[in-house]
Design a protein around this ligand. Structure first.
Ligand code: NAD
Ligand code: ZN
Ligand code: ZN
Length: 343
């Protein structure tokens, strides 16, 4: 089969020809229908310091994908041939303290598909059965593929109240766009967004943002104070830009929450801690998806049919056009790039 792989410890990825992976105990074999490109794939493509320290080539990349189970390994009782499934990228150990306490999203032995083990940018993939999440067949493969990323948005949004709330989502990358859609579907009163790229701001409007502010040309604090003098109930920080962390601290109402998903270039950030204490703010640090509550919440949202996700899918292309996909991502001229796998 053909697969997209990092073959050497240097920038770039290439198409390689490898044998189809054989199913093994506790695993399922999936025939791919669609896959999507994540910011992490771009890091690996660029071979930044993180990927250089973590990835051992040759490695088939890709951790957001969906398809049909074509074989199940020994001992697998809860998945069957024919099931439509999507990937959860975190493979967890099931026996560390966190796993035992229902906090497997911070399992200390986490391995990531397409990073630590072979991923899904290939016609077939073999993954642990639990990582193959059953998905309603009514969901298009072009959407089912990116549930790993959508799950980041669901996890962040659902870490605090949404219904009837005024929410601000900062940074309209694909995950911020998903978060806007999730908050609208979950009954937020108003959902505001910030973004510096007009291309991405436009997608945010299409998925339901009531207003998108450009922090470089607008007085966001002033505007939000005028709209909601009491402050914003919940801020979801998804830009990874320090200015938006400050904005969050500034506009959140006393007793509100700030949920942080964005990752900053610098580990150390300055925030007005005493203000946050005296305002009684809940601050959540969010990683991955809760296993498996986030997936159950996401299934309910997808089945409810209220999520507006199509505008985020800006490009659909055959997986062999991966070079073009990576360049689009690099240029920031894409929402989600989704790969298809027809022969
Ligand atoms: N915690 C986790 O488990 C986890 C998982 C996936 C992604 N992430 C992080 O979440 C964030 C969102 O992911 P993504 O894939 O959507 O990333 P992305 O880089 O595509 O999106 C970030 C967006 O923020 C915008 N932005 C940058 N500076 C801004 C500013 N000053 N004001 C407003 N917007 C600004 C960018 O233009 C971009 O559209 C990233 O920081 C990513 O690293 C975290
Ligand atoms: Zn990802
Ligand atoms: Zn564990």
């Amino acid at each position: 089969m053909k697969a997209i792989a990092k073959t050497r410890p240097e920038p770039g990825v290439e198409i390689i020809e490898v044998p189809e992976p054989a199913v093994r105990a506790g695993h399922v074999k999936i025939k791919l229908e669609a896959a999507s490109v994540c910011g992490t794939d771009l890091h690996i493509y660029n071979w930044d310091a993180w990927s250089a320290s973590r990835i051992k080539p040759p490695r088939i990349i890709g951790h957001e994908f969906c398809g049909t189970i074509v074989e199940v390994g020994d001992g697998v009782t809860e998945r069957s041939v024919g099931d439509f499934v999507a990937s959860e990228s975190h493979i967890v150990c099931g026996h560390c303290l966190q796993c035992r306490m229902g906090q497997a999203h911070v399992c200390v032995n986490t391995q990531i598909l397409g990073v630590d083990v072979d991923g899904g940018f290939a016609s077939h993939a073999v993954i642990p059965w639990e990582n193959a999440r059953p998905t309603p067949k009514t969901v298009s493969p072009l959407i089912a593929a990116f549930q790993d990323a959508l799950g980041n948005a669901v996890h962040t949004a659902y870490s605090g109240p949404i219904e009837g709330c005024n929410i601000l989502v900062t940074g309209m990358g694909p995950i911020g766009q998903f978060a806007v859609s999730v908050c609208k579907a979950a009954g937020a009163n108003a959902v505001y967004a910030t973004e510096i790229s007009e291309y991405r701001a436009d997608i945010a409007r299409q998925v339901g943002a009531d207003r998108v502010f450009n922090p470089t040309s607008e007085d966001v604090v002033g505007e939000l104070n005028r709209l909601h003098p009491g402050g914003i109930d919940g801020v979801l920080e998804m830009s990874g830009h320090p200015s938006q962390l400050s904005l969050a601290c500034n506009v959140v109402r006393p007793g509100g929450r700030i949920s942080l998903l964005g990752v900053y270039a610098n580990n150390e950030q300055s925030i007005p801690v005493n203000d946050l204490i005296f305002k009684g703010i809940d601050i959540h640090a969010i990683v991955g998806r809760r296993l498996w509550d986030t997936w159950d919440q996401m299934s309910a949202l997808l089945e409810g049919g209220k999520l507006m996700l199509e505008p985020v899918v800006t490009h659909v292309m055959h997986f062999t056009q991966f070079q073009e996909a990576m360049e689009l991502m690099k240029a920031g001229k894409a929402g989600k790039v989704v790969f298809t796998f027809e022969e």
